[in-house]
Design a protein around this ligand. Structure first.
Ligand code: NAP
Ligand code: HSE
Length: 431
C-alpha cells in the first residue's frame, strides 16, 4: 500500500493521542485514507519526559529540522499550544512544503490571517477541526455541510474545562478552585488554565466559528466576554432554585445591524438541551435559514476525542479533500465579504441580577427605582428569610427582556447606592 509520511510536533495530551491512533490503529487510518499514514517523526522539547504512547525507535526527536528538511514528510500535526514558537513552527512547516493540521485555536484566532494567507500563497493547506469543540466535527459541518444556509444564530458550550467545573459545582457543590486542578490532571485544561475559565478560550473558538459560519472577521479580544472565574456557588444555588443551570455560553446572533457576539456565564433552563451538557462535553446549537435548528454534542476536550479530529484532518489531507475545501473557503481572506458587528449594548435578553444589600427598610424600593429609571422591567424577585442575624442579604432579580446596555447601566447605578454592599452579579438568561 502507498505510504504518506507524517510527523507530529508536540507530544503532550493531544500529540500522544494522535501518535496512539496512528500507531495502534494504522489499519483503520489506511482503510480511510487509501494509504498508510506512516509516523516518521515526533518532535518534542524534552526528550527525557515520559510519553503517553510507545514510539518505535528513531521516531522521537528534539530537532524540528528533521521534519522541515525531510521532503518525504507531507503532512504534519502541529500540536504545540500558545503563540510562540507555535506560529514560527507553523510558518516554517508551510514554507517547507508541508500541509499542516492544528488544534491550536489561540494561534488561529490571533494569527489566522497571516497563516492562512501564507498557506494560500504557497499552495498549501491548514486543517483545524480540533481547534473548536474537540471531538465534535463542527468545523466540517459549518464550513461544508451547512453551506447552503445563511446561519442565523449559534449558541455554544465551547470550553470543556469550564463546563467540567460548572457541572461539579452544580452536582457536588464543589468549590471552583478545587475542580480546576482536576481538569488539569485529566488533560482538559490549557497549559494556562486561566484562559479556560476567564472566557478567552471560548472567545477564540467563537471568533473562528463566527468567521467560518457568518463571514465575520473579528478579533477574538474584541468579543465581549466574561468567564466563570469569579462565579460564586451561591449563584449556582439560586439558579437551581429557579429552574436553571449556569453554562459558559458563546453566542453569535445575526440581527438587523450585523452580528452580535459575546461569551458569558448564562442561565439556561434545566431540562433544555444545553443545560444537560455535563462534564467536559461541548454542545453547539446552530440555526440555519434552510435547515432549521441543529444540535451538535460531544466531548469538547481530552486526549482521544481531540486526537480523533486531528487524525481525520490528516486523512483528509492525504486523500486530497482538505486542499480543495481550504482553497474554496478563503478563510481570513481579504476577498471574503465582511459582516458588520452589532453594538453589544443593544443586544437584547433577560438578565439574572444578584445584589448583596442591607437588610433594612426601603432597600427594595431604591433598587426598583433604579431599574425603573433604566426601563428594566422585573419578572421575579427572590429573597430568603435570613438564617441568622446579619446586616446583609442576597436579593435576586430576574428581569424581562431588556438591552445589555440598560442592564449594565442599572447595575452600575445600583452599585453606587449606599444600601448595596458589593458589585452586583449580572448574568444572561436564555429560556
Ligand atoms: P500539552 O499537553 O501542553 O502539550 C504540548 C506539547 O508541545 C508538549 O509535548 C511540549 O513538549 C510540546 N512543545 C512545546 N514547545 C515545543 C517546542 N518548542 N518544540 C517541540 N515541542 C514543543 O498541550 P495539549 O493539551 O496537547 O494541547 C496542544 C494544543 O491542542 C493546544 O493548542 C491546545 O489548545 C489544543 N487543544 C487541546 C485539547 C485538549 O483537550 N488538551 C483539545 C483541543 C485543542 P514537552 O512535552 O517536551 O514539553
Ligand atoms: N482547554 C480546552 C477546553 C481544550 O477545555 O475546552 C479544548 O479546546
Amino acid at each position: 500500500m502507498e505510504k504518506t509520511k507524517v510527523a507530529i510536533i508536540g507530544l503532550g495530551t493531544v500529540g500522544s493521542g494522535v501518535a496512539r491512533l496512528l500507531l495502534d490503529f494504522g489499519d483503520r487510518t489506511a482503510r480511510h485514507a487509501g494509504r498508510t499514514l506512516w509516523l516518521e517523526k515526533a518532535v518534542v522539547r524534552d526528550l527525557e519526559k515520559t510519553r503517553d504512547c510507545d514510539l518505535p525507535a528513531g521516531v522521537l526527536t528534539g530537532n524540528i529540522d528533521e521534519v522541515i528538511d525531510d521532503p518525504e514528510i507531507r503532512v504534519v500535526a502541529q500540536l504545540i499550544g500558545g503563540l510562540e514558537p507555535a506560529r514560527t513552527v507553523m510558518l516554517r512547516l508551510l514554507e517547507s512544503g508541508k500541509d499542516v493540521v492544528t488544534a491550536n485555536k489561540a494561534l488561529l484566532a490571533e494569527h489566522g490571517p497571516e497563516i492562512f494567507d501564507r498557506a494560500r500563497d504557497l499552495g498549501r493547506c491548514v486543517a483545524f477541526e480540533a481547534s473548536v469543540a474537540g471531538g465534535i466535527p463542527i468545523i466540517a459541518n459549518i464550513g461544508q455541510c451547512l453551506s447552503a444556509n445563511q446561519l442565523l444564530s449559534l449558541q455554544g458550550i465551547l470550553n470543556g474545562t469550564s463546563n467540567f467545573i460548572l457541572s461539579k459545582m452544580h452536582e457536588e457543590g464543589a468549590a471552583y478552585q478545587a475542580v480546576v486542578a482536576e481538569a488539569q490532571r485529566l488533560g482538559y485544561a490549557e497549559a494556562d488554565p486561566a484562559m479556560d475559565v476567564d472566557g478567552t478560550d471560548a472567545a477564540q473558538k467563537l471568533a473562528i466559528l463566527a468567521h467560518l459560519g457568518f463571514g465575520a472577521r473579528v478579533n477574538w479580544d474584541e468579543i465581549p466576554r466574561s468567564g466563570i472565574d469569579s462565579l460564586d456557588i451561591i449563584d449556582v444555588r439560586f439558579a437551581e432554585e429557579m429552574g436553571y443551570r449556569i453554562k459558559l455560553l458563546a453566542v453569535a446572533q445575526l440581527v438587523d445591524e450585523g452580528i452580535e457576539l459575546h461569551v458569558s456565564p448564562t442561565l439556561v433552563r434545566t431540562g433544555g438541551p444545553l443545560a444537560e451538557v455535563g462534564g467536559p462535553y461541548n454542545a453547539i446549537r446552530v440555526v440555519g435559514d434552510a435547515v432549521g435548528e441543529l444540535l451538535f454534542y460531544g466531548p469538547g476536550a481530552g486526549q482521544m476525542p481531540t486526537a480523533s479530529a486531528v487524525v481525520a484532518d490528516m486523512i483528509d489531507i492525504a486523500v486530497g479533500r482538505c486542499p480543495i475545501t481550504f482553497r474554496t473557503l478563503e478563510l481570513w481572506s481579504n476577498r471574503a465579504s465582511r459582516v458588520a458587528r452589532a453594538d453589544y449594548h443593544s443586544a437584547r435578553g433577560r438578565f439574572y441580577l444578584r445584589l448583596t444589600v442591607d437588610d433594612s427598610p426601603g432597600v427594595l424600593a431604591q433598587i426598583t427605582q433604579v431599574l425603573g429609571e433604566q426601563s428594566v422591567s422585573i419578572a421575579s424577585v427572590l429573597q430568603h428569610e435570613p438564617n441568622e442575624a446579619g446586616d446583609s442579604i442576597s436579593l435576586v432579580i430576574m428581569t424581562h427582556k431588556t438591552t445589555e446596555g440598560a442592564a449594565s447601566e442599572a447595575c452600575d447605578k445600583m452599585s453606587k447606592l449606599a444600601c448595596v454592599q458589593a458589585t452586583p452579579v449580572r448574568m444572561w438568561v436564555r429560556d
